[in-house]
Write a protein that binds this ligand. Structure first.
Ligand code: 13P
Length: 249
């Protein structure tokens, strides 16, 4: 059975009080035990979040991290620092980091390697631009986005990987990929894992969809065979909307 996961990526939103209030509201809900709920607050609120959720089933993710444990890298945060505040889960490869901070397949390969060595669990994001899809290049592009950072890993390391397909054209735009487009890509991704490893591994990996997921479209997306949950941006900042999305899986 693949783990069902709903993760909220709060991006650069919510001040200290807003963060704590949203966490307290989420703590008051008892979600089905079949779904793993995760949240990724901004860096400066991770200590608060980790402390508040220490004995709780909701997991806390960092939104990014450096591949080294220390050094002269102004503004960066290391795996060791995250571990020291009780965080051992991280989002890597988000398209906003690829676009605005020039993250590449090679730099992500280094980050994945460091995350695995430090026993992190990773939500690895990837997705095509609209222009790639219009040219019919989306499958090749996704294949390349996965190949360099991930397909050199030992099978054992994949226990730490959760995949998140997030087509860039659907992020924050209100334009969601259709359930058929999502299923088609998720099935393609699972096929790539089969080709590079084996059926058992491919059938054990959770593949999430992200991009304008709202409570009005989540049920249909999550009901697709190869969709194991969602990585939710804007809608995860709204308590009742996020709860509805979690309950729709
Ligand atoms: P939206 O749900 O706001 O489109 O964002 C998706 C996303 O980027 C999650 O990482």
């Amino acid at each position: 059975m693949r783990q069902k996961i709903i993760a909220g990526n709060w991006k650069m939103n919510n001040d200290k009080e807003e963060t704590k209030s949203l966490i307290n509201s989420l703590k008051s809900i008892s979600f089905s035990k079949d779904v793993k709920v995760m949240i990724a607050p901004s860096y400066i609120h991770l200590s608060d979040a980790a402390e508040m959720l220490k004995d709780h089933k909701i997991d806390v993710l960092a939104q990014n991290m450096h591949f080294l444990n220390n050094g002269a890298y102004t503004g960066e945060i290391s795996p060791q620092m995250l571990k020291s505040i009780g965080i051992s889960k991280v989002i890597l490869g988000h398209s906003e980091r690829r676009i605005y901070y020039n993250e590449t397949e090679n730099s992500l390969k280094q980050k994945i390697k460091a995350a695995i060595e430090s026993n992190f669990e990773i939500i690895f994001c990837f997705g095509e631009q609209l222009s790639d899809r219009k040219k019919g290049k989306h499958f090749d592009l996704i294949k390349n986005q996965l190949k360099i950072p991930l397909f050199h890993l030992e099978s054992n390391s994949w226990k730490r990987i959760i995949l998140a397909y997030e087509p860039v054209w659907a992020i924050g735009t209100g334009e969601t990929a259709t359930p058929n487009q999502v299923q088609e890509m998720h099935s393609f991704i699972r096929g790539l894992i089969k080709q590079n490893y084996n059926d058992d591994l491919a059938n054990s990996i959770s593949i999430l969809y992200g991009g304008s997921v709202k409570s009005k479209n989540s049920k249909e997306i999550f009901s697709q065979d190869d969709v194991d949950g969602g990585l939710i941006g804007g809608a995860s900042l709204d308590f009742s909307e996020f709860v509805k999305i979690i309950e729709s899986i």
